[in-house]
Design a protein. Structure first.
Length: 146
């Protein structure tokens, strides 16, 4: 991370939390209990919506997105976000099969892998999007480059 020229870097972002979903992820005795079906539905909806929202906040459309780097938790959740943006499969980072679900580290790890592989180019509009326990989410639209 470092300084970038005027037309590069973060274009918009979104952060959120939905405490109303607390009953889907909670502690029971000494263990964490999760209603997987409800958390899955939340993640599918929120990752897709947040990806579109950050593009719109930046004055862009889905068609302006060059690459998607989602939280690498579950391929079906990731595919739903990709489809919401109308991106081809090769325009989405897919590293979960290589590293597994590395939680919050999955987005920067995937970003580095895709950049090193030459899939991300100067000037590309990239959406980073993730979700977490407690039904939280975040997304960033950025223009890649120095």
């Amino acid at each position: 991370m470092g300084p970038v020229s005027k037309d590069k870097g973060i274009l918009s972002f979104e952060l959120g939390a939905d405490g109303g979903g607390a009953m889907h992820i909670h502690q029971k005795d000494k263990y964490l209990e999760m209603n997987g079906r409800e958390v899955f539905k939340f993640a599918v909806r929120q990752m897709g919506e947040s990806s579109v929202h950050v593009l719109e906040k930046a004055g862009l459309t889905k068609e302006d997105c060059d690459f998607l780097i989602p939280h690498q938790a579950n391929i079906r959740i990731m595919e739903a976000a990709r489809e919401r943006l109308g991106l081809d499969k090769e325009k989405m980072a897919l590293t979960v099969q290589k590293y597994g679900n590395t939680s919050s580290a999955s987005i920067p790890m995937a970003l580095v892998d895709e950049w090193k592989a030459g899939k991300i180019k100067d000037g590309d509009v990239i959406v980073l999007v993730g979700f977490g326990a407690g039904l939280t989410w975040g997304a960033v639209a950025l223009r890649w480059g120095k």
